[in-house]
Design a protein around this ligand. Structure first.
Ligand code: CP
Length: 306
């Protein structure tokens, strides 16, 4: 029996059951096939982002508007958060003037777990610190499910800076729950052995990791990691780990290339691969709007139940 989505918030994918993830994926797929109903008419979404974003913020805004919600013009940097108001007080005040959906990107991990139960409004995680980026992983698995039908038995390599990546963690939880196996690959400082405890195979040799894989999800090398000494130089990293056409050829012949963006072309991935026929990067972005519509709509059902 399918377990219905019964949550007013989406804070992460860790601990979700396969049925819950699939109910979000099915709702997103349904939005692709038919025009959306105004399920959020009369509702108001607010964006509390303390970090930059192009894809996540834009697609959440489009998703909210397509479902008929108003979008509050709010900038965390220009708000009283900058004067020391707490996140909870800010949210309570915005809720008091009618905000029903908070979409948050926050530089600290785990703050939303304290916030969400104290609000009647829905709280959706758009990326918190190194913790989770659940809608990114949902759009990634939606893109794979569209190509494969099912993720069961597939092997997905996540390549790059795993240590600091909320995308890697959320992808691992979603992929494993849906029956895929996951390999974390990158240099030792960025892929510590202890990450195996999360349920991924750890592989530092990129050729070994990619051979026979069904897909590779390439992560951005965050330039600040170089300053912190995690990698000696961008050129060294690119020589050892960049996804090039030669390395792509190690995957299965129909193996897919994903990247959450933003891309550092010529560092973690070559332009030839990023723009090539095996890349589904722009499909991921397009699916982002549908996934975010599904998340907002299903969380709203539970919020409305009170
Ligand atoms: N993938 C992702 O989160 O991109 P943005 O930072 O542009 O939102």
């Amino acid at each position: 029996m399918t377990k219905d989505w019964g949550r007013k918030d989406l804070l992460g994918l860790e601990g979700l059951e396969a049925d819950e993830i699939e109910s979000l994926l099915d709702a997103a797929a349904a939005f692709k096939d038919s025009p959306p109903k105004p399920l959020l008419a009369g509702r108001t979404a607010a964006f509390l982002f303390s970090e930059p974003s192009t894809r996540t913020r834009s697609s959440f805004e489009m998703a909210a508007r397509r479902l008929g919600a108003e979008v509050l013009s709010f900038s965390a940097a220009g708000s009283s958060l900058a004067k020391g108001e707490t996140l909870l007080d800010t949210a309570l005040n915005l809720q008091a003037i009618g905000v029903t959906h908070f979409i948050l990107r926050y530089d600290r991990s785990g703050v939303l777990e304290d916030l969400a139960p104290r609000l009647k409004a829905c709280v959706v995680n758009a990326g918190d610190g190194w913790h989770e980026h659940p809608t990114q992983a949902l759009l990634d698995v939606m893109t794979l499910r569209e190509r494969w039908g099912s993720l069961k038995g597939k092997r997905v390599v996540i390549l790059g800076d795993i240590r600091h990546s909320r995308v890697a963690r959320s992808n691992l939880f979603a992929l494993k729950t849906l029956g895929a196996s996951v390999v974390f690959c990158g240099p030792t400082p960025l892929v510590p052995r202890e990450f195996a405890a999360l349920g991924a195979r750890i592989e530092h040799d990129v050729e070994k990791a990619l051979r026979g894989a069904n897909a590779v999800n390439v992560l951005r090398l965050q330039l600040e990691r170089m300053e912190q000494g995690f990698v000696p130089s961008l050129a060294d990293y690119a020589a050892a780990y960049q996804l090039t056409p030669e390395r792509l050829a190690l995957l299965k012949p129909d193996g897919l290339v994903l990247h959450p963006g933003p891309i550092n072309r010529g560092v973690e991935i070559s332009s030839e691969v990023a723009d090539g026929p095996r890349s589904v990067i722009l499909d991921q972005v397009a699916n982002g709007v549908l996934i975010r519509m599904a998340v907002l709509a299903l969380c709203e059902q539970e919020r409305a139940r009170g």
